[in-house]
Design a protein around this ligand. Structure first.
Ligand code: ADP
Length: 266
C-alpha cells in the first residue's frame, strides 16, 4: 500500500494518472491474492486423495499385501483416487484455458442446433434410465461465435450435473430459443435443487453444496466455474433458477452471428 500515489489536491492530468496507477495497483494486488487462493485451494483438494493413497500403501506395506481381500480393496481405492487426481488436473487445465478464450478463439463459428442435438442424443444413449426432452424453438440455423468443443463442454457440464443431482425424478429438459441478438439454451432438471443461499456460490471454484456427496459422485467442484468462465469469455451469460427440492434450471445465453442478408431475403 505504501507504493500508492498519494491523493493530490488538484484535478488535472497528473491526479488522473495517479488514480489510474492506484487502480492498476489494486487490480494487480487482487490478482495476486486470487492466484495464491487458487494454489491453496488446489493443495487442499489434492491432499485428500494423496492421503487416502498413502494410507492404503502404508497398510499394504506393513501387513496387507498377503491378504488378497485387503490387497484388492486397497488397489481399487487407490486407483479411484488416482483417477480423481487425473480429473482434477484436467479440470484445472480447462479452467485456466477458459480464461484465455478471448485471445485464442476469436473467429470461431458454431451451429447451435447441431451441437445441442448431438449432446442430447449422447446423453439419452448413455443414461437410458433418464427421459430427455428437447424443446427446440429455432426456426432457422443459428450460428454463435464460440469454439465448438467449448460449447459442447458447457452443455456436457450442465447435463452431467442434471443427471448427477437428480435421484428421484429422472427427467431432463433441454430448450433452445432465440431473440434478435441472442440464443438461449436451457438445461432443466427436477432433482434436488439448490437453496437460495447456495445459488451464487455454486459457480465458485471448488464449491460443493454437499462436499461428501459430490465427492462420492466424482465431483471436484470445478464444473460450473469452467462453464461460467467459458460462456463469459464469449460474451455470454449463465444464470440459475432453482429451489431446494424442486430442481434447477441453468440458462446460457450467447450472442448470435447475424444471419446473412440473402437468407433473410428469400
Ligand atoms: P461438481 O463437480 O461438484 O458437480 P460443479 O461446479 O459442477 O461441481 O457444481 C458445484 C455444486 O453445485 C455441486 O457440487 C452441487 O452441489 C451443485 N449443483 C450443480 N448442479 C446442480 C444441479 N443440477 N442440481 C443440484 N445441485 C447442483
Amino acid at each position: 500500500a505504501s507504493q500508492r500515489v498519494p491523493k493530490l489536491k488538484r484535478h488535472d492530468e497528473l491526479s488522473d494518472l495517479g488514480e489510474m496507477f492506484n487502480e492498476m495497483l489494486d487490480r494487480m494486488q487482487r490478482y495476486i491474492e486470487q492466484q495464491s487462493q487458487f494454489v491453496e485451494d488446489v493443495s487442499h483438494e489434492l491432499r485428500t486423495p494423496v492421503a487416502i493413497i498413502q494410507g492404503h500403501m502404508e497398510m499394504l506395506n506393513r501387513w496387507g499385501k498377503d491378504d488378497p481381500k485387503i490387497l484388492a480393496e486397497s488397489l481399487s481405492a487407490s486407483l479411484k483416487e488416482t483417477k480423481r487426481m487425473q480429473d482434477l488436473v484436467q479440470e484445472m487445465l480447462d479452467l485456466s484455458r477458459a480464461e484465455q478464450v478471448e485471445i485464442n478463439f476469436r473467429d470461431e463459428k458454431t451451429d447451435v442446433d447441431e451441437v445441442v442435438h448431438q449432446v442430447f442424443n449422447n446423453f439419452q444413449m448413455i443414461h437410458p434410465d433418464f427421459t430427455f426432452v428437447l424443446d427446440d424453438d429455432l426456426k432457422e440455423k443459428v450460428i454463435v461465435p464460440i469454439y465448438r468443443d467449448h460449447f459442447e463442454q458447457v452443455l456436457i457440464i450442465l447435463c452431467d450435473n442434471a443427471v448427477k443431482y437428480s435421484t428421484k425424478r429422472k427427467e431432463i429438459h433441454i430448450s433452445l430459443s432465440r431473440t434478435l441478438n441472442e440464443v438461449e439454451v436451457g438445461v432443466q432438471d427436477f432433482g434436488e435443487g439448490i437453496s437460495q443461499a447456495d445459488m451464487n456460490k455454486v459457480f465458485n471454484r471448488f464449491y460443493r453444496v454437499d462436499k461428501a456427496r459430490s465427492r462420492k459422485k466424482g465431483g471436484n467442484g470445478l464444473g460450473l466455474s469452467i462453464a461460467k468462465r467459458l460462456v463469459e469469455g464469449y460474451h455470454g451469460d449463465i444464470t440459475l433458477e432453482s429451489s431446494a427440492g424442486y430442481g434447477s434450471l441453468f440458462r446460457i445465453t450467447l450472442p448470435v452471428i447475424d444471419a446473412d442478408v440473402k437468407s433473410l431475403d428469400d
